[in-house]
Ligand binder design. Sequence first.
Ligand SMILES: Nc1ncnc2c1ncn2[C@@H]1O[C@H](COP(=O)(O)OP(=O)(O)O)[C@@H](O)[C@H]1O
Ligand SMILES: [Mg+2]
Length: 238
Amino acid sequence: MKEITHELISSFRAPAFPGSFFLSFEGIEGAGKSTQINRLKKYLEEEKNYRVLILREPGGTPFGEKLRQAILETKTEISPLAEAHLFAASRSQLLSEVILPELSVPNTVIICDRYIDSSVVYQGHARGLGVAEVLDIHNIFPLNLVPHLTFYLRIGAEMSEKRQKIRNSPKDYFEAKGIEFYKKLVVGYDLMHELFPNRVLKLDAEGSMDEVTQLILKNTEILLASATLDDVSINNDD
Ligand SMILES: Nc1ncnc2c1ncn2[C@@H]1O[C@H](COP(=O)(O)OP(=O)(O)O)[C@@H](O)[C@H]1O
Ligand SMILES: [Mg+2]
């Protein structure tokens, strides 16, 4: 497997569009991504007057939605390499068709429900393709543009299982893989926080929904305020 070099890590940057922000939410099933994204959207629209777009990965474009169906509903095993390329293809299309044009409109916040970290964690770490290998696939414009801030909602595998049971949703491709797979995902996400400590914010998401929301809003405020001060995007990945 390839080595994770400083050069590779530092090739990822947030897009610089004055007054607009690119955010993502990460974490295993049941972490609270959907819940918290909707709360953050409401807050940014109602309290801060931003125009907010929520995007789902993979998907968000007609091509991406087709890929999403194909990946999530497949009955046969797709290799991690093929899967990583499918997600990257969808992401690349989403960047040029939606993310970049929309961010060029001032006062916009794009919130992605999963982004690059999901590919690195699921295909790279948990399915064994390699973290550097998946990062490498993204080391080309515009795939090397990453969110200003990523909220990693951290819950353990047991909490995920508990919340999924309450939700009682049918198991999809990923959810059918069992608790050991979830444990690997948590290790993978923790690693992403270590590799990108300033972008990937690790938040304890086992507390109440309101506690998690408070942490998210506090850190969003810090991002918005710091960008207003220097009028540049925050990116301290290197
Ligand atoms: N902090 C929390 N405490 C308790 N239950 C939660 C919390 N966050 C989310 N839930 C519940 O867990 C389930 C999964 O939440 P959801 O937002 O759909 O997570 P995700 O989108 O990450 O899979 C939902 O039933 C939701 O109401
Ligand atoms: Mg969700």
